[in-house]
Structures are given as C-alpha cells and as structure tokens.
Design a protein around this ligand. Structure first.
Ligand SMILES: Cc1cc2nc3c(=O)[nH]c(=O)nc-3n(C[C@H](O)[C@H](O)[C@H](O)COP(=O)(O)OP(=O)(O)OC[C@H]3O[C@@H](n4cnc5c(N)ncnc54)[C@H](O)[C@@H]3O)c2cc1C
Length: 569
C-alpha cells in the first residue's frame, strides 16, 4: 500500500471537529500551536448550508427525512443511525449509535441543553459506593464552565439557592426567554406537586455576543443556525481558530490509526482520504483524539503494534469499557385545557424554555441516581405525521374531511405536552465496545461491536419517571396518550445509545491499572496523546453531557498549551 506522508510536522493533530475537537482547536491555536484538524466528513457552513428558513410543506415528504435523515429533511446533521459503508455490530444486549459526519460533528443540530455537572456528580462512589469518583473535582472544572458561559453564551438563571438544589451549580447567564403557555401550565401543576420547574439552560444567545447576533426565535435550531446565534463548533470555536492562521482543516480524512515511534510516543495519524481511498500520514508532536467517545476508543483499539498488542494506551485493558448513555423515556399527555387555545406568539428558541432539574432524594427513593425532565409542547412547525390519528383522539368529532378536518386540527394544535426524562446510568465494566474481528468498514477499518444492558438501578429510575410524568399530566387535568409499560418492557427505557450521550470508553482515573487517561485526559501510557470528547467521563450525571465535554476539552487544551510552554511536551 502506498502511503502519502505529510512533509510538515505539526505541533498538534486533532481528530474530529465536533464539540470537543472544535474547543481544543480554538484554545490550542490561540495559544500559538500549529494545529492540523482531521475531519472524516465534508466541510459545512451553516451560513450557507442550513435550510433554516424553509417550510416543511415545500418538500414532497412534508419534512419527513426517512432513514437517512431521522430528524427531518432539513436537519443540520450529515450522518445518522446508519451510515452506508460504516457498519457496527451488536454483541450482548442492544445499542444504537448516532454518528455525525461533517465539519462540526453533531453540534449543528444538537439540542443545546447545556447543563454543568454539579459537585456530587464528580464523587458518586464516595456518596453511594457505586461506580467510581472522578480524579478531578467540580472546583477544578468550574473555571472552564465559566469560560464557556462567557465565551459561547448561554441563557438561564441561578436557581440553586431558591430551589435548595445544591448539585445544580450557578453559572454566568444571559436572560432566559419567557415561558410559553404550556410551560406555565406544567409549572402550575408541578408547583402543587412540589416539583421544581425552572428556566432552561441552552447555549443560544438572547443577547448579542462576540459579533454573533441574538436569536431571532425562528425555532429551527436543529437545522443549523445560519446567523450563528446558537452554539455549533464551526460557528463559535473553529471560526476564531481559523482567524489565528494556525489551523489547517483536512476534511474527508477518516483516521484509521494513531502512529507511534520507537520510543512509544505518538507520531501522528494515518488516515484514509474518503474521496480517493488513498492512505495518508500526517505527523504531529501531540495527538488529540476528539472523534466522539466510541470512535476515539475504536481508533485506539485499532492502533495495535508489537509494543501495544491490545491497542494504544490500553495496558489497563479498559479502552472501550464503562460505556454509558443517559437513560431516557418519554410520556406525552393530552391536555383539554390547552384545546382551542387562542393563537398567540409562542415563538422562541428551538427548545424548551423551562425544565425540571433533579429534585429527588435517591436514598429515600431506592434507586441510586437521578434524572432531569425536558418539557415539550406548544405550537411547533407542523411536519409529516403531525397530529396523526386525530380521529381517535379523546373528544374527537371523528376527523372528517375538508373544512371539518381542518377545524379538528385547529382544536388539537398545541393541546399535547411531552415529558422526556434523561437520567444517569451507573457505569459498569460489562457495558463496552470492542473491535469486531469479523467486520470492516468500506475502507477496511475494523468496526466496533457493542455490549450494553440496563440494570435494576436504571429500571427503577425509569419506573419513577413514568409514574411522575403520568401524575403531572393528571394534575394538569389531562390524560397520558400511552399505557404504563411493564417491568418486562424496562418501563419504556430507550435502548442504550438512543439518547446520544455516549461517554466513558476511555475513562480518566488516578490508577493506571483501572483507567486510560490521567486527570488531564492524557494517556497514562503515551504522554503526548490526549482525548477530548465524552470518552474521559468516569460517570454520567442527571444532566446532558456536552457542556462538560467542552469544559474538559478546554481544560485539556490549556494543560497542553502550558506543558508546551514549559517544554514538557
Ligand atoms: C439530535 C441530538 C440532540 C442532542 N442534544 C443534546 C443536548 O441538548 N445537550 C447535550 O449536552 N448533548 C446533546 N446531544 C449530544 C451531543 O451532540 C454530543 O454529546 C456532542 O456532539 C459530542 O461531541 P464530540 O466532539 O464528542 O463528537 P461529535 O460532535 O460527534 O464530533 C465528532 C467528529 O469526529 C468526526 N470523526 C469521527 N470519527 C472520525 C475518524 N475516524 N476520523 C476523522 N474524524 C472522525 C465525526 O465526523 C465528527 O465530525 C445531542 C445529539 C443529537 C444527535
């Protein structure tokens, strides 16, 4: 095989341009490093590539995107649950894997729910004896959450004091948008049930910041933001990195292996040019993997050599292990009080304006970890399947045809609310990904095989979600649209991976025998190799993880910059 070697030796090679890779690129280039960034997908610029202002009814499918576009025709993500020529396989249990393949990764269409982990989230083993503590504390990562708040921009409020929820840290927030009618109604019911409902925290601007305008409330954040008002890696992180003149982006570069030298240190990345299938090698003094949690683990496991027979940075055998996702399930309810609602301007960001942080006492409840609740409802843009089955709805006049059917739609539009629980899975060694010895992708690169199951910790948490959401719907005078699932159905828990919060496959720790990375996300075995995605996580939390991926990536990049200044790397 002919290999094309880059003549230049870069200071740093970053693999992946999503939340983690983009953040590392910004910090390292601004610190003066000459950085090459390899991205498997094509270039993508939301200012011209986003279909933010298109109407669903202008497509032949009314916005339905089929298998290739599971979040809708106009969704701002290239990639998906299945990617042609890039399979993965399942060993034990079940797993779904949503992969972005484009500049910016999954950050053009993510929900922008940007929650800091709290002090307890870094020391769960000390609290309940399950899983492991992180090798860092909240206080060590707090300055990086602060930097993100100030640089990226996030709306929300400080509610720890009012709610008494000590594990919900304060931040530096822009004003949140006003709640909408359905959110206020949910809050009223929750107030009576003593469940806290507070302004959500989304990385979407409600005030101009660093040359980016405030959100104009079109509500189509998932299509990629043409005005850069919400966070994407390309709009917010890669733009300043490119302005330094220190960043080289190579798109269509599918990394296959981390190359190493005779001293066991990383020397760069071997990648496939996806347009020509030619093999290239880029050389760098430091390698940062940010290809997303499982892809980075795959790269390490595929980087086998005589010196590293189990894969690179894997003397512990822990690469791929302790893989987690958030738990998740949804319940929706029909609320008669919201029927025939006068139309009002319920515009806002493309996400919830209020949410429910975890409020329960796990010791009393009998399951170890909590969840937060994402609220849905209101007058979203109708698309394919909108109010399907209307003839069967409670109080329906039977659907009908023409004017009657339209009148029915108007009555029901906005009369449903949704509750999505997102909780913490306890990390376990027997949830993992490994290389499937029998399957390769279209470039001949061995693929991942997943093993993932839930335990009773998660099942009991799911039962609590179901009971709580149904109680809230009834308190609102409504009725759930589905029956309560049984224990045999895991109480409706989504299959692992489906919530798209993969973490932990290259976890950090103080003990090199039980972890892959140290407290700086630096490989124990290879000191010029770092990971900057969800891989380093020791545990999930009852919060979404991406704000923590970015805070950790910023901290890791700061450490690299400092070590370079001192000549340590
Ligand atoms: C619909 C949706 C909604 C979401 N909502 C939220 C939310 O509200 N809050 C939240 O916290 N999280 C949310 N997430 C999760 C969030 O998107 C991810 O946690 C985050 O994008 C992970 O960042 P990352 O940098 O690790 O990976 P990614 O953003 O996936 O970026 C990885 C990049 O690496 C590239 N890559 C992969 N393999 C290779 C290779 N071998 N060589 C070169 N490049 C490679 C990929 O093409 C990709 O561009 C959501 C995800 C989805 C899909």
């Amino acid at each position: 095989m002919q290999v094309i070697r880059s003549p230049k030796v870069y200071d740093v090679c970053i693999v992946g341009s999503g939340a983690g890779g983009g953040t590392a690129a910004k910090v390292l280039t601004e610190a003066g490093a000459d950085v090459v960034l390899l991205e498997a997908g094509p270039m993508w610029d939301s200012a011209k590539d986003s279909a933010m202002f298109a109407w669903n009814y202008d497509t032949p499918t009314r916005g339905w995107g089929g298998d290739k576009k599971p979040f809708g025709t106009y969704d701002g993500c290239l990639g998906g649950w299945q990617i042609d020529g890039e399979p993965y396989t399942i060993g034990t249990g079940a797993w779904r894997w949503f992969r972005g393949r484009m500049l910016g990764g999954r950050t053009h269409h993510w929900g922008r729910i940007s929650l800091r982990f709290g002090p307890s989230d870094f020391r769960r083993r000390s609290i309940d004896g399950l899983g492991d503590d992180w090798p860092i504390t909240y206080d060590e990562i707090k300055p990086y959450y602060d930097k993100l708040d100030e640089f990226v921009g996030i709306f929300g409020t400080n509610h720890a004091k009012d709610t008494g929820l000590a594990n919900e840290p304060d931040g530096i927030f822009q004003p949140p948008p006003s709640p909408r009618a359905h959110e206020l109604l949910i809050k009223k019911a929750c107030d009576r049930l003593k469940i806290p409902v507070v302004p959500s925290r989304l990385s979407i601007l409600t005030r101009p910041l660093n040359g980016r305008p405030a959100c104009h409330y079109c509500g189509q954040c998932g299509r990629g933001c043409a005005t850069h008002s919400n966070f994407s890696s390309v709009s917010v992180m890669l733009a300043p990195a490119l302005r330094t003149g220190k960043l080289t982006i190579v798109s269509g570069a599918m990394a296959r292996e981390v190359t190493t030298g005779p001293d066991g240190l990383a020397t760069g990345i071997s990648y496939v040019d996806t347009a020509t299938s030619a093999e290239h090698q880029v050389r760098a003094r430091i390698v940062v993997l940010a290809a997303s949690c499982c892809e980075s683990a795959r790269l390490l496991l595929n980087s086998k050599s005589t010196r590293f027979p189990a894969g690179l940075a894997n003397s512990s055998g822990v690469v791929g292990k302790y893989l987690t996702d958030s738990t998740g399930l949804s319940v929706s309810g029909f609320i008669p009080a919201l029927m025939d609602l006068p139309r009002y301007n319920s515009d806002g960001v493309g996400g919830m304006h209020l949410y429910v942080p975890w409020w329960g006492d796990n010791k009393a409840l009998g399951f170890p970890r909590g969840y937060h609740v994402e609220l849905g409802g209101g007058f979203g843009m109708p698309g394919y399947g909108f109010l399907g089955g209307i003839q069967n709805f409670p109080q329906s006049r039977g659907g009908g045809y023409g004017a009657d059917l339209k009148a029915e739609y108007r009555r029901y539009y906005g009369a449903f609310v949704g509750f999505a629980g997102r909780g913490e899975q306890v990390a376990r060694e027997d949830c993992y990904c490994e290389i499937d010895p029998n399957t390769v992708d279209q470039w001949g690169i061995p693929v991942l095989r997943f093993h993932h199951t839930w335990s009773d910790h998660e099942r009991l948490q799911a039962k609590h979600m179901q009971e709580t959401f149904r109680t809230i719907i009834q308190e609102m005078g409504g009725e759930p649209t589905s029956a309560m699932p049984a224990r045999e159905q895991d109480y409706g828990l989504a299959v692992g991976g489906l919530i798209i919060h993969e973490a932990g496959a290259t976890r950090m720790g103080s003990d090199p025998k039980r972890s892959v990375l140290n407290a700086h996300c630096q490989a124990h075995d290879v000191r010029n190799l770092f990971v900057a995605d969800g891989g380093p996580f020791v545990s999930q939390a009852d919060k979404n993880l991406t704000w923590t991926i970015m805070a950790l990536a910023w901290r890791t990049a700061d450490y690299i910059a400092e070590e370079r200044r001192k000549g340590g790397l």
